[in-house]
Structures are given as structure tokens and as C-alpha cells.
Design a protein around this ligand. Structure first.
Ligand SMILES: [Zn+2]
Length: 373
């Protein structure tokens, strides 16, 4: 690493800080590439951006008539570039909030898109999160839904509160429509148009994800002292081919994006977000959330052959995620629950499913992990 820095300094007449951020960025890109690597894939950068940290830029409000916002980038001791910045209404609001001290400037990423330069300001805010949550909100991707949410209170850990579903049908429609147009353009060999299209599609999908994320955060806010938990989907592309289920595959990537938006929006509302490691999410869709029995599921309803419970399949899986987190927080015993009176005759025995659940809970101490970045 040291020689890389030395060489870079020799080759480019740039600030040490700028070379450092470039190195950090390269490491980040390489890491995320390795994590999401598909077989025989070559690292290709679709877009290059330059990161400036606090040491290399200043941003100020002036009385200039063109635009009051000016960004000055320092490349080395002698060279500085001042650039006028024009914001959209929403961004302007945020920037004004930052000038008032509600946010902090961290880094600026300069990106070139369609021949024009864009400045992405990365802002940060310190929010206070309640240290003792009272409600666990599990958010899961489903077989038949883009996302499912369920809330479970500390006071009554065995009784899930009303769940909510997001079908994601608008996203499905957008993607279907664009794949149709893309095919047509490819037939006509209009490849440049195909490229433009993907940006449009992404923006439309993102817009939908923002709407859903807002609704998820609103859902969470209905409950006292909520904390959100989701499955850690890092490295999901690796297992992509293994997954036989098309629906789940279809939903996985937008769901991952959704997680990032939910995390950001929830944190702004003072709601903590944590991720349940993948290995601890095992069998959540096959396990009966009431008795712990594990079975194959077909169709939309989970029918437990052990205790007779019938439940929406996606909601059942989501409840299992919440339960696993709650067990690790000590809110809930790890024993499968006894069936209610009317279910006598199908009393659960310690089957393969529940013993697996046991080994899951004994094999770790605290499964919640913060995902970085
Ligand atoms: Zn059951």
C-alpha cells in the first residue's frame, strides 16, 4: 500500500488527501466487486466518480447572481477550481438545512453523466436512537410480495401484531415494460437508446422504492419504540443461481435497495435498523412460527402439519425473523410454544425443526450486526 501511495504521488501532482480518498474508493469498489462476483466476471466500471473529502473542498454561499452556491475543489497546492452548483428544489432545502447546522458536510463525489458534471454531497446527521426498544419490526422480502412487515411487542412476544404487505406490482410492471421496449430496440439495433433506457428504468423503480420505504417507516412509527430488523443480503448475487424460486430471485435485488432506503429514512426518524446475519435466517420460510416445525411449503399459505396452523406464507417467514431477533434479545424463550387447548392431539414433539432452532440459538451470543456502508 505504501508503495502505491508513493507511486501515485510521483505520477500525479495531487494532494495527498485526494490520493488517499482515491485509494479508499478503489478498495471499496474491489471489495464490493468480490462480494457480488459472478463467475468469470471482469471488473468494469460503468461510471467513475472522484471523491473529495473535507481537506480537499470548500463549499460556500455567495451573492453571485448565477447561483449562490459555489464549490471549490483543491487538486494540489497551486490548483483550485471553483464551480457553480445548481440545485433542484429538494436538494436546495437540504443544503440550506446544512448551512443552518442541521446536517454536516462530509464528502463530495464528482460524477460525469452524459457529458455533464454532477456533485453529490454526502451529508451526515447525528440522531438519537432509543436504547431500549419495545417493538421489533421485521421486514422481509417475500415469495409473493416485494416486502412484508410485522411488528411484535416485547410485552406479548408470542402474538404478532397486524402485518403489512407490499406487492411491488408497480415495479414488476415497470420492469416488464422496459424489458419489452429493450427487446424491440435491440431488434432494431438501437443500442444507444437501450443504454439511455436503463437509467430511466432505474429512476422509475427507485421512485417506487422510496414510496414503499416511506410506508414501511410509517408502519413502524405506529408502534411504541420500534426497532427495525432485516435479513443481511450482502453477497446475495453469489447465491443467485442456486435459488430455484423465480419470484424470490426477482424480488431480491430491489429489496436490497429498499433496505438501504428504509435504513436511511428510519434512522432519520430515530428508529434503529439492524441486520440478522444470513446464516441465522435459515429456514425462516419453512418453519412454523408457532411450533417450530420445519416443512416444505407450497402455495401461498403455510399449513403446519404438526400444529395445524395456517398462515400467510410470507408473513410466517417474517414472524420467524422477528422471533429469532427477539430470542437473541432475551425477549422470548427459545422453546417452541405449546399448542392451545383445541389443538391437543397434535402436541409438538421435539422434531428436527425445533432442535435445529435450538442449535441456532445456542451457537451465538448476539446475532444483530450493523452493516457498514
Ligand atoms: Zn406448527
Amino acid at each position: 500500500m505504501k508503495t502505491v501511495m508513493k507511486n501515485a504521488k510521483r505520477l500525479f501532482n495531487l494532494n495527498t488527501a485526494l490520493i488517499q480518498t482515491a485509494r479508499d474508493k478503489a478498495v471499496e469498489i474491489l471489495k464490493s466487486f468480490e462480494e457480488n462476483r459472478k463467475e468469470n466476471n471482469i471488473l468494469r466500471l460503468k461510471r467513475i466518480s472522484i471523491r473529495f473529502d473535507k481537506r480537499c473542498y470548500s463549499f460556500s454561499k455567495t451573492t453571485n447572481v448565477l447561483t449562490p452556491y459555489w464549490l471549490t475543489l483543491s487538486l494540489n497546492r497551486r490548483e483550485r477550481v471553483s464551480l457553480p452548483i445548481i440545485f433542484g428544489e429538494k436538494q436546495k432545502q437540504r443544503i440550506e438545512e446544512t448551512f443552518r447546522g442541521e446536517w454536516k458536510f462530509t464528502t463530495v463525489e464528482m460524477v460525469k453523466r452524459n457529458g455533464e458534471w454532477y456533485a453529490h454531497f454526502v451529508l451526515s446527521k447525528t440522531v438519537e436512537l432509543p436504547d431500549e426498544p419495545e417493538t421489533v419490526i421485521a421486514i422481509d422480502r417475500g415469495e409473493h410480495n416485494l416486502a412484508v412487515a410485522v411488528a411484535i411487542s416485547k410485552r406479548n412476544p408470542e402474538k404478532p401484531l397486524k402485518g403489512q404487505f407490499w406487492r411491488g406490482s408497480e415495479i414488476k410492471r415497470i420492469r416488464g415494460l422496459y424489458s419489452h421496449i429493450r427487446r424491440k430496440l435491440q431488434e432494431k439495433k438501437l443500442l444507444k437508446k437501450v443504454k439511455e433506457l436503463s437509467g430511466k428504468e432505474r429512476r422509475k423503480v427507485n421512485q417506487q422504492l422510496h414510496i414503499i420505504a416511506n410506508q414501511i417507516v410509517e408502519y413502524a412509527k405506529n408502534f411504541p419504540k420500534p426497532t427495525i430488523v432485516m435479513e443481511d443480503l450482502n453477497g446475495i448475487r453469489k447465491n443467485f443461481k442456486k435459488s430455484k424460486n423465480l419470484n424470490r430471485r426477482f424480488h431480491s435485488l430491489p429489496f436490497r435497495k429498499l433496505q438501504a432506503i428504509v435504513e436511511y429514512k428510519a434512522n432519520l426518524e430515530g428508529i434503529d435498523v439492524s441486520y440478522l446475519p444470513k446464516k441465522e435466517v435459515k429456514d425462516t420460510s419453512k418453519t412454523c412460527h408457532r411450533c417450530g416445525h420445519v416443512a416444505q411449503v407450497k402455495g401461498r399459505v403455510y399449513k403446519c402439519t404438526n400444529c395445524g396452523m395456517e398462515y400467510d406464507r410470507d408473513l410466517n417467514a417474517c414472524i420467524n425473523i422477528a422471533h429469532r431477533v427477539m430470542s437473541s434479545m432475551g425477549w422470548r424463550s427459545r422453546e417452541p410454544r405449546e399448542p392451545a387447548d383445541k389443538e391437543i392431539g397434535v402436541k409438538p414433539t421435539l422434531n428436527a425443526g425445533s432442535s435445529r432452532l435450538q442449535s441456532w440459538s445456542s451457537s451465538h451470543t448476539y446475532p444483530l450486526s450493523k452493516r457498514l456502508g
